[in-house]
Design a protein around this ligand. Structure first.
Ligand code: PLP
Length: 367
């Protein structure tokens, strides 16, 4: 069986380091916050080139707390991609704001800046680009649109650890950048974890309050905060893994390059496109094929995992039933949902497996 991602392989590679990191936390007797969390926050901020990193419980809360820290709430409109994972939209709904979908650029699957300009109304407060599959969005354009209209930018970087635009890593372009360390992400904990990075000291301070019951000092509660903490065991594991993130990105890049070579001759497989000057994280390797479900079933028969990311756009989910009648406004997201297919990708893929997957895909699309 060739899995979509060999999640256990990172533990195999770093077993001793991780075991030691976890044991140190267990032996410390300090199980909430403390040095491991502070150390990871400092390391990850430095890694991203951001002034601050604030650890939180998971990626969804990183997004929602970023919005709250920027005072976005009921009645506000937030521009989101039409073709993202539903968490991006749910974060907007969690703070009582309204997600306003904008279609992607078909080549990169990232939100199209031209569509953003068209979607802005007097209620718009925020743009939420998602670096989908690990491909960075056109942040220069997005930020200049935000400046012109007085909007803030919250990036969903849950799939983009280590990605860069030019020489600048993702992590400090927008007002706040939300991260998930869900186990299958490129930097994954062994449980739930998340963080926000930012260059804005005011937002960092507000996030530190919000994540901790609205409190910075014992028994003093300045705002109605929540409990959203980065667990110190997870933080210690993340610190151990962070050293390897760039190397893992390079290994993913080599897998992507090999796939690109193998798919180059086919006009039935649309392989992913990378914008110039962009370093993708290659969280997922997403091809597009017309007979997607058939191809996926054929791969499955040959012991090769594959999965559509994502088969149903948020506006067609029951959770957003109020938008179903408008679904015709986002035909590209619907078409992408019908044709996208993620095939195995990861830093621990065996060279022979890449050829086997590509061959199976090429056979299935011709069948
Ligand atoms: C994983 C993911 C999230 C949510 O992260 P959790 O840690 O699972 O809450 C948000 N947005 C995107 C694009 C994701 O891939």
């Amino acid at each position: 069986m060739i899995p979509l991602l060999d999640v256990g392989a990172t533990y195999e590679e770093l077993r001793e380091k991780i075991d030691r990191a976890v044991r140190e936390v267990l032996e410390s007797g300090w199980y909430i916050g403390g040095p491991p969390v502070e150390r990871f926050e400092e390391q990850y901020a430095r890694y991203c080139g951001a002034s601050h990193c604030i650890g939180v419980g998971n990626g969804l809360e990183a997004l929602a707390l970023s919005l709250r820290a920027l005072d976005i709430g009921p009645g506000d409109e937030v521009i989101v991609p039409s073709n993202t994972y539903i968490a991006t939209w749910l974060a907007v709904s969690m703070v009582g704001a309204i997600p306003v979908p904008v279609e992607p650029d078909e080549a990169t699957h990232c939100i199209d800046p031209a569509g953003i300009s068209e979607a802005i109304t007097e209620l718009t407060r925020c743009i939420m680009p998602v670096h989908l599959y690990g491909h960075p969005c056109a942040m220069d354009e997005i930020i200049s649109i935000a400046r012109i209209h007085g909007l803030v930018v919250v990036e969903d970087a849950a799939q983009a650890h280590g990605a860069a635009l030019g020489k600048r890593k993702i992590g400090s372009h927008g007002d706040a950048v939300a991260w998930s360390f869900y186990p299958t992400k490129n930097l994954g904990a062994f449980g739930d974890a998340g963080a926000v990075t930012t260059n804005r000291t005011d937002i960092a301070e507000r996030l530190r309050l919000l994540r901790n019951y609205g409190s910075n000092a014992k028994n003093v509660h300045e705002v109605k905060g929540v409990n959203s903490r980065l667990d110190p065991i997870q933080a210690a594991i993340l610190s151990a893994k962070l050293e390897y993130l760039d190397e893992w990105q390079q290994r993913r890049q080599r897998v992507a390059n090999r796939y690109a070579d193998l798919f180059a001759g086919s006009n039935r497989v649309i392989a992913p496109t990378t914008s110039t000057g962009v370093l993708p994280a290659w969280h997922l390797y997403v091809i597009r094929v017309d007979n997607r479900d058939f191809v996926s079933a054929r791969l499955d028969q040959r012991g090769i995992a594959s999965m559509p990311h994502y088969p149903t756009p948020p506006f067609l989910q029951q959770a957003y039933a109020e938008m179903k009648t408008e679904a015709g406004r986002w035909p590209l997201a619907t078409r992408l949902a019908d044709t996208v297919l993620s095939i195995p990708m990861g830093p621990h893929m065996k060279p022979g497996d890449i050829e086997q997957v590509a061959e199976a895909v090429l056979q299935a699309v011709e069948a």
